[in-house]
Design a protein around this ligand. Structure first.
Ligand SMILES: [Zn+2]
Length: 250
């Protein structure tokens, strides 16, 4: 398998507070755009990394999707967006792919790394999450890939896309929820005017925007607010004070 050079979609790789990975262009936005908009509004810098260009996608071409992901990054206010150009449908947690992911983690030196959860039936979502998890670990080892200095982020969290598994924490995105759909609207071929070949049989969700809205509102019911996004962690979060936990009354 030949590994492509990363494609700089927007800005350039530089230090950020949060680095978010997604298997395909649009996955980060589906799962976490509301939270990222909120944190960017608080002054945090966010970098985005898509593992591949979605060239096997039934709707839109790889070129169209790259353009759309650039527009989405601008609407989000992200510092940069990179596409690693791994093969769509064949993402694997192997040595060459890990080097690419470790490089971007080390060059952007984030405090926090976000990934999709190993969920859904698309094989890239499972392998992609595993690849980010392996690379997150390797990024702190000084003797691995010695040409780029090691970096130890504080935490790795997984945003939920479609799954109803119990989250580790929820983020109230009431204030940014409508802007999330403006960001998602940049993906014209995927959400606004999706075109599929005659007779194409969907196996999953057809109306993403409706489903993302329903799920966000459902997490909001759990959080005690109009809309929320859900995240998982491998370890429980540590708090210094109970006030760090914003418990909403039932
Ligand atoms: Zn995807």
């Amino acid at each position: 398998m030949s590994v492509q050079e990363p494609i700089i979609v927007h800005g350039h790789v530089e230090p950020v507070d949060i680095l978010a990975f997604g298997p395909h262009p649009d996955d980060i936005e589906i799962g976490a755009a509301g939270s990222l908009l909120k944190w960017i509004g608080q002054g945090k810098k966010v970098g985005l990394v898509d593992l591949n260009r979605g060239e096997l996608g039934t709707k839109g071409t790889a070129e169209e999707r790259l353009e759309e992901s650039k527009e989405a990054a601008i609407r989000l206010g992200a510092t940069f967006r990179v596409n690693l150009g791994l093969p769509d449908g064949s993402v694997v947690d192997d040595a060459p792919s890990r080097e690419q992911v470790v490089k971007v983690i080390r060059e952007s030196r984030p405090k926090f790394v976000l990934s999709n959860l190993e969920e859904a039936h698309h094989p890239d979502h499972k392998a992609g999450a595993q690849l980010v998890k392996s690379s997150y670990f390797l990024s702190r080892l000084p003797k691995y890939l010695v040409e780029v200095p090691a970096h130890s982020p504080i935490g790795l969290f997984y945003y939920l896309i479609h799954s109803l598994v119990t989250p580790t924490f929820l983020v109230d995105v009431t204030e940014t929820f409508e802007r999330k759909f403006e960001v998602m609207g940049a993906y014209h071929t995927q959400f606004v005017e999706p075109k599929t070949p005659d007779g194409y049989q969907y196996t999953g969700i057809q109306d993403y925007l409706r489903n993302v809205r329903s799920l966000g509102e459902a997490w909001g019911v759990q959080a005690g607010c109009p809309a929320a996004e859900a995240f998982r962690a491998d370890k429980p979060p540590i708090v210094e004070s109970l006030e760090d936990l914003i418990a909403k009354p039932d």
